[in-house]
Design a protein around this ligand. Structure first.
Ligand code: ZN
Length: 514
C-alpha cells in the first residue's frame, strides 16, 4: 500500500518535471532565437538593420523573461524541490531543479522593462560602438555608455548584494564568485606577473617581423579549419564565419557557431582567435545530449568556458609540441613568408612577451594585467568613483601604470572591447579566472594521460578531448567552477599552477627569470 502511494507520488512528480521541462524548453527556444539574431547582427546584417534588430532582440528577450518568471514555473519549482533533493546531486533532474531555481531567483528580481531596456540599449550601443571604435571617437559612444552604466547599477540594485555592487553582476557570469576573492587572487597574480614581465623586459626580444608579411586570407582560413578539425570540432554540427570581434554562440548542442577575424598583415591574429573560439565550441558540442533544450545545456560559467578556449589556444596552440607537428604544414602553405624561419624562431615569436595596447592580442604573461585594469575600472564606474566622461583619461593612466604603454587613440584604448557596449559589466575577470583554471586542468590531464605530450606532438587530440568531455563538458551547467575543480583536481581555484606554467615556459625561452 505504502509502496503504491510512493509510486503514485513519484509519477505525479514525473508529470510536474515533464511540465517544467516543456516550459523551460519554450524559454530556451526564445533565447536561442534571440541568439541567432545577435549572431547575424555580428556576421551578415547590414548596418542599417540595427534599429529593427534592437526591437526584435528586445521583444524576444522580454518574452523569454516573462515566460521564465511565470508563477507556474515558480510553483513547479516549489513542489519539485523536496523530490529533487532526494535524487543524486548531479543527476539531470536534481541539477535542472537546482540550477533553474538559481536562475529563477535572479530573474524574478529583474523587472521585464529593465531587461528589455538593457537589451535595446545594448543593441543600439553596439552599433554606435563599432563606429566609435573605427573612427576613434569616444564622444559619440559616451552617452550610450553612460546609459549602460546607469542600467547596470539599476540591475545590481534590483538583484541586491551584501558586500560590493560588483558581486550582483559578477554572479551572473561566475556563480558564487565575489569581487573581494578576485581581488585576493589578482593580488597574488599581479606581484608575480609584474616581476616576470619586468625580468623579461630586459631580455632580447625574439624577432617576429615575419608575422607582418602578407598572408593570404583564404590560406589562413583553410589552415585554421584544418587544425580545428584535428582538435575535434565537428563541422557537421557547427560552422565558422567572420566578425569584428570573434565569439562563439550556439543554438543547439548540434549547432555551434564560431567566428574569427583574419588579418592579412598579421598572422597570429586569425590563427589564435580561431583556436580560441574552437575551444569554446568544443565545450558547447560536448554537453551531454540529454541536456538539449534545457537550461543545463550551457557552460558552467564564463570562467569555465574561458578555461576551455585558453587551454586549446595557449596550452596546446602556443606549445612547442604542437608546432613540432604543424609548423612544417604551415611552412608548406606560406613558403615565401616563412622562408628561413626555423621552428624555434617561430615558436619564440608566437610567445614573444611585450606589453601592448590590445587585450585580445596580448601574450600570456601580460594578458591578465589588461583584465585587472578593466576589473578595477568597472568597480570604480559602478561605485561612482570614476565618471564615464573621464574614462579615456583614466584608462590611459592605468595602461601606463600597468603596462608602460599609452594608447595613441581611444580606438586602441578604451574603445577596443565590445563588452561594455553590450552592457556586460562584471564579465572581464572571468577571462583571468579561466586562464588559471586552464592551467589547473591541463596539469591534471597531463598526469592522467601519460602519452599526452607525444599525442600533441603528432597532432592527436582525441584522448585530451575525451578527458575534457568526461570531466568538464558533459556536465554543462550542472556543476559550478568550484565544484568541477574540486572533483577533478581536489583543489579550489588558485594562481599557482598558472604561475608555474608561465615561469617554466618563459624561463625556457628567455633564460632565468628569478
Ligand atoms: Zn573566449
Amino acid at each position: 500500500m505504502l509502496e503504491h502511494t510512493l509510486r503514485e507520488r513519484d509519477e505525479h512528480m514525473e508529470e510536474k518535471l515533464h511540465k517544467l521541462k516543456s516550459l523551460l524548453a519554450r524559454v530556451h527556444d526564445l533565447e536561442t532565437a534571440a541568439g541567432l539574431l545577435s549572431w547575424d547582427q555580428e556576421t551578415y546584417m547590414p548596418a542599417g538593420g540595427a534599429e529593427a534588430r534592437a526591437e526584435q532582440v528586445a521583444t524576444l528577450g522580454r518574452l523569454a523573461h516573462e515566460f521564465f518568471t511565470s508563477e507556474e514555473i515558480g510553483n513547479l519549482l516549489v513542489s519539485l524541490e523536496p523530490y529533487a533533493r532526494k535524487l543524486e546531486y548531479d543527476s539531470n533532474d536534481a541539477s535542472l531543479v537546482r540550477v533553474t531555481r538559481r536562475d529563477y531567483d535572479r530573474a524574478i528580481k529583474l523587472p521585464s522593462e529593465l531587461v528589455a531596456e538593457i537589451a535595446r540599449t545594448g543593441a543600439l550601443a553596439r552599433q554606435v560602438w563599432k563606429e566609435a571604435k573605427e573612427t576613434s571617437n569616444f564622444s559619440i559612444f559616451r552617452p550610450y555608455l553612460e546609459k549602460i552604466v546607469e542600467l547596470c547599477v539599476q540591475k545590481a540594485q534590483a538583484l541586491g548584494y551584501e558586500d560590493r555592487i560588483y558581486d550582483a553582476l559578477l554572479d551572473e557570469y561566475e556563480p558564487g564568485m565575489k569581487a573581494s576573492r578576485i581581488e585576493k587572487i589578482f593580488a597574488d597574480l599581479k606581484t608575480e606577473l609584474v616581476s616576470i614581465v619586468g625580468a623579461i623586459s630586459v631580455c632580447e626580444k625574439p624577432d617576429d617581423s615575419f608575422f607582418h608579411k602578407e598572408y593570404g586570407e583564404r590560406a589562413q582560413w583553410d589552415f585554421g579549419i584544418e587544425v580545428i578539425k584535428d582538435f575535434g570540432f565537428d563541422l557537421n554540427h557547427g560552422r565558422q564565419d567572420v566578425s569584428a570581434h570573434p565569439f562563439t554562440t550556439a543554438f543547439s548542442i548540434k549547432d555551434v557557431r564560431l567566428t574569427t577575424r583574419i588579418q592579412k598583415d598579421y598572422l597570429p591574429s586569425g590563427l589564435f582567435s580561431t583556436l580560441h573560439e574552437c575551444g569554446h565550441g568544443l565545450y558547447q558540442q560536448g554537453f551531454d545530449l540529454s541536456l538539449e533544450r534545457t537550461p543545463l545545456a550551457g557552460g558552467a560559467s564564463l570562467g569555465v568556458h574561458e578555461s576551455q578556449s585558453r587551454l586549446w589556444e595557449n596550452l596546446i596552440g602556443r606549445s612547442r609540441l604542437f608546432w613540432n607537428h604543424y609548423y612544417p604544414r604551415l611552412k608548406e602553405i606560406f613558403p615565401t613568408q616563412l622562408k628561413g624561419v626555423s621552428l624555434e624562431q617561430f615558436y619564440q615569436a608566437i610567445n614573444r612577451v611585450e606589453p601592448s595596447l590590445i587585450r585580445v592580442e596580448a601574450d600570456e604573461a601580460t594578458y591578465n594585467l589588461h583584465i585587472m585594469l578593466r576589473f578595477e575600472l568597472e568597480n570604480a564606474l559602478l561605485e561612482g568613483r570614476v565618471k564615464v566622461k573621464d574614462l579615456p583619461k583614466v584608462w590611459n593612466a592605468k595602461m601606463e601604470e600597468y603596462l608602460h604603454v599609452v594608447p595613441p587613440n581611444d580606438g586602441q584604448g578604451v574603445l577596443q572591447d565590445i563588452h561594455w557596449s553590450q552592457a556586460y559589466m562584471g564579465y572581464f575577470p572571468t577571462y583571468s579566472l579561466g586562464n588559471l583554471m586552464s592551467a589547473q586542468l591541463f596539469q591534471c590531464a597531463t598526469q592522467e594521460i601519460p602519452s599526452l605530450p607525444q599525442q600533441i606532438g603528432s597532432g592527436q587530440f582525441r584522448d585530451l578531448l575525451d578527458w575534457l568531455q568526461k570531466n568538464v563538458h558533459r556536465h554543462g551547467r550542472k556543476l559550478t567552477m568550484a565544484e568541477l575543480l574540486q572533483r577533478i583536481t581536489g583543489k579550489p581555484l588558485e594562481a599557482q599552477s598558472y604561475l608555474a606554467y608561465i615561469r617554466e615556459k618563459y624561463s625556457d625561452i628567455y633564460g632565468d627569470l628569478s
